[in-house]
Design a protein around this ligand. Structure first.
Ligand code: TEU
Ligand code: CA
Length: 541
């Protein structure tokens, strides 16, 4: 793995919600370009762009209809080149989102495949109905549906692990992999620095037998991290990735530490790093819809396991699929500011490359909508439909969907206190959170005590400290309220003390304060509500 990818901080942009430049209510590439100096100022070294390719937007760009072009809603290829150029000037590298498990059903490959055009028949996973007329198998999708859709043109069903407008590609067909290699080369030759690889451990379907009985994701055992999947990744690495100065992070669903190690083993040559999900279960049972109270103990246990499982981690608390961290793991009310800074202290002091999601650096919160009608997300809508089928009343459906919906993180970026938070002069595609007059970049940019300034300072401190970047990780405490860990490098160490509660908590350590989210310069053994502190050469007392 490249050293630059270890030393830099990544910032994820969800283009649709970042910055609109032409008043159509949709974020775009010129909008991103305009904001690059802002990100540079924050200390960002890499940007991950969620998909910007042409797409019918059944899943906001994760359903791609042309991999080597730009969605006209977002601009042109010239705009993309200008963005790369400006980023180069500022020494910011750009990662593209590589979504290759599925395409849009409007992709020309799918159009040709459904028409059985020569050479394209097997680009997707087609099956006839069962003799009894039933679906080809009993699998269920990630988006709360079955996995098969009947296509009138072809007279067969196609497999889709996600929405029905996202047919899965057939990786048993070597032509498909060649196409993917060409796409990767196209972008790497344009100067992108690598890829965030969407659901990259479910590409290869070993068999299409019925799945074991289970309440969700039936069929998973036939496609999760299969040997055939490792082979695909090795080939992409050998043929393409190894030829460039680039970095990959695989979004690997339900990944175990052992699989994570295999996927990132340099000797095997597959991916550089993976996103794991276990810490996201600190407030849920396996799937996001089954919420439980956030537990520091569970969170700490997941961190301990993953921080030590892999040679190098990628750390995140938010992305476009997860609710806002300050609303979820801490307090977005009375202790909003303290909470956001405490979480920042953690994110930037873990071992691995930190990923900050747009708006996280100003402490953006979950949406304040009052009903499902205000949502856009296909996942939320499918879940609502499923729960309605099961006769759950509306209030209960909303209670389940509200804290979990992906739209919590997709509300437009809050830039300033003007109309629509400075995101657009038109009507935003998704409503802006009403708290934008209080929570926005402009209000925080020049305030040395703001959440954003704290992020900036933590990024700076991390960049200066080998201990925070490369040190080993050791969990010292993960109790009801308190999370404490040690980072150690070449005989030097730092202690990170985090209070996940609205009460003062005794944490008996002493040392020199490197940074405290409260701004204090001395530590007396008691953490303030939602306070985060890093102590240099700290000791237990
Ligand atoms: O997400 C894959 C994935 O695991 C999610 O579908 C997850 O199950 C869900 O969002 C949890 O609520 C990736 C992308 O990040 C997501 O935006 C896409 O919808 C999905 O793949 C399909 O491309
Ligand atoms: Ca626009």
């Amino acid at each position: 793995m490249k050293q630059w990818a270890k030393d830099r901080v990544v910032y994820q942009i969800y283009p649709r919600s970042f910055q609109d430049s032409n008043g159509d209510g949709i974020g775009d590439l010129p909008g991103i370009l305009q904001r690059l100096p802002e990100l540079k100022d924050l200390g960002v070294g890499i940007i991950w762009l969620s998909p910007v390719y042409p797409s019918p937007n059944a899943d906001n760009g994760y359903d791609i209809s042309d991999y080597c072009a730009i969605n006209p809603e977002y601009g042109t290829m010239q705009d993309m080149e200008a963005l790369l150029e400006k980023a180069r000037e500022l020494d910011i590298r750009i990662l593209m989102d590589l979504v290759i498990n599925h395409t849009s059903d409007e992709h020309p490959w799918f159009q040709k495949s459904r028409a059985r055009e020569a050479g394209y028949e097997d680009y997707y996973i087609w099956r006839p109905a069962r003799p009894d007329g039933g679906l080809p198998n009993n699998w269920t999708s990630f988006f709360a549906q079955d996995c098969w859709e009947y296509d009138q043109v072809r007279g067969e069903y196609y497999l889709h692990l996600f929405a029905k407008k996202q047919p899965d590609l057939n990786y048993a067909n070597p032509r498909v992999l060649q196409e993917v290699e060409e796409i990767m080369r196209f972008w790497l030759d344009k100067g992108v620095a690598g890829f965030r690889c969407d659901v990259i451990n479910v590409l290869y379907k070993t068999s299409l037998e019925d799945g074991e009985k289970r309440p969700f994701l039936r069929g998973l055992e036939h496609y999760l991290t299969q040997p055939g999947n490792h082979e695909i990744l090795q080939k992409l690495h050998k043929d393409v990735l190894s030829q460039y100065d680039c970095f990959t992070v695989g979004e690997t669903v339900f990944v175990t530490p052992k699989q994570g190690r295999e996927l990132t083993d340099e000797a095997r040559g597959e991916l550089d790093t993976v996103f794991s999900f276990e810490h996201m279960e600190a407030d849920q049972y396996l799937v996001k819809w089954l919420k439980r109270k956030f537990s520091v103990r569970r969170f700490g246990a997941a961190l301990e396991k993953w921080q030590n499982a892999l040679e190098w981690n990628t750390n995140y608390l938010e992305n476009h699929d997860q609710p806002r961290s300050v609303s979820r793991f801490a307090d977005d009310g009375a202790y909003w500011e303290q909470s956001a800074k405490m979480l920042c202290t953690m994110l930037l002091s873990l071992r691995g490359t930190p990923f900050i999601y747009q708006g996280e650096e100003i402490g953006m919160t979950n949406f304040d909508y009052s009903s499902i009608d205000q949502l856009d997300d296909v996942e939320s809508k499918n879940v609502d439909a499923l729960l309605r089928e099961k006769h759950l009343p509306q209030w209960l459906r909303w209670k389940i969907i509200r804290p979990t919906s992906r739209d919590n993180a997709r509300t437009p970026m809050q830039w300033d206190a003007s109309a629509n938070a400075g995101f657009t002069t038109g009507t935003p595609w998704l409503a802006v959170n009403r708290n934008y007059r209080r929570i926005n970049v402009e209000a925080q940019r020049n305030d040395p005590f703001s959440v954003r300034s704290y992020y900036k300072e933590m990024i700076r401190i991390r960049s200066l400290s080998q201990t925070l970047r490369y040190g080993s990780f050791k969990l010292l405490e993960a109790t009801g309220r308190l999370l404490v860990y040690e980072r150690k490098y070449e005989g030097r160490h730092a202690l990170v003390l985090l209070n996940f509660s609205a009460r003062k908590v005794r944490a008996g350590y002493a040392g020199q304060v490197v940074i405290a989210s409260s701004g204090r310069e001395n530590y007396d053994g008691v953490l303030l509500p939602y306070e985060g502190i890093i102590l240099n050469e700290g000791v237990k007392i």
